[in-house]
Design a protein. Structure first.
Length: 279
């Protein structure tokens, strides 16, 4: 998601459920009887609010984090963070905040959140301000196009308008290839606005993460298609304050365990629709 990139559903739902609010709680519940290892890990981690893992994200960005029809925030990242919260014997609390503060590391540096989970690509530049977990998802960029589009490559967008989301790797990729392909870039602050511009014919194509566009196509049958895909070698990571090694250790342990026992694959199938790639 997000440049790193990054977000479906349902501007109407977002408006109805008041997603601009600073905090939304997930449904995770504390582990009833944590193991000694979990207890040890929990005692080493200092959280900004007692009994809570405070998670910054940027809504909406399905299938990674978005409001369902009831207004509850759900998604791939939410499920992984619930595992981390359970390991710490606390509950997850979600804070919706602009992506700029997430990718800059400001939200964790200032103590607004313990961790960021926002489909955020790991980059060398971001590592200067963010302590990343191990990678948890390999991302691919793709174009969202009108259903009658004949675009097969970026070159086919010459003289046309390409929408990109601010602060994302999609925008970075679009900018890097702009001169060679001759399109105009229209920048949008979030994925719902970008998506709506494509669906209403304001732009000729939109670039963002493939899973995000797959969700848009499912929710808008016959109104859009997924076009060319670009393997940019991106990997998502969860972001923490630079010196928060204790929390990173717990998150990495949770990811390792989830991949080993099949939990990660179940989450991948639930939100992406396929088995997780073999590592």
């Amino acid at each position: 998601m997000r440049s790193p990139i990054r977000r479906t559903a349902l501007i109407a739902v977002a408006a109805a459920s008041g997603l601009a609010m600073a905090g939304c709680s997930s449904s995770s519940t504390p582990a009833a009887a944590p193991s000694s290892a979990a207890t040890s890990a929990a005692s080493a981690v200092k959280l900004i609010a007692p009994g809570k893992l405070t998670v910054c994200t940027h809504l909406a960005y399905a299938p990674f984090q978005y409001p369902d029809d009831s207004g509850k925030v759900v998604g791939f990242d939410v499920d992984i963070m619930d595992l981390v919260a359970k390991k710490l014997n606390v509950t997850q609390t979600i804070v919706d905040t602009p992506f700029e503060g997430i990718k800059s590391g400001e939200v964790t540096k200032t103590g607004k959140c313990d961790i960021s989970a926002a489909a955020m690509t790991i980059t060398d530049e971001r590592k200067k301000a963010i302590l990343f977990s191990d990678g948890y998802f390999n991302a691919t960029q793709a174009l969202l196009l009108p259903p009658t589009s004949t675009v097969k490559s970026l070159a086919d967008l010459k003289g046309k308008k390409l929408g990109a989301q601010s602060g994302t790797t999609g925008l970075d990729y679009a900018n890097a290839n702009k001169a060679a392909n001759g399109y105009e870039i229209i920048e949008y602050q979030d994925e719902p606005t970008q998506r709506q511009a494509l669906l209403t014919g304001q732009i000729d194509g939109a670039i963002n993460d493939l899973p995000v566009w797959s969700e848009v196509v499912k929710a808008n049958a016959g109104k859009a298609i997924v076009g060319p895909q670009f393997d940019t070698g991106e990997t998502y990571g969860f972001g923490m304050k630079l010196d928060n090694d204790a929390l990173k250790k717990v998150v990495d342990e949770v990811l390792k365990t989830a991949k080993a026992d099949g939990t990660y694959n179940s989450i991948h199938k639930k939100w992406i629709g396929t088995d997780a790639p073999k590592s």
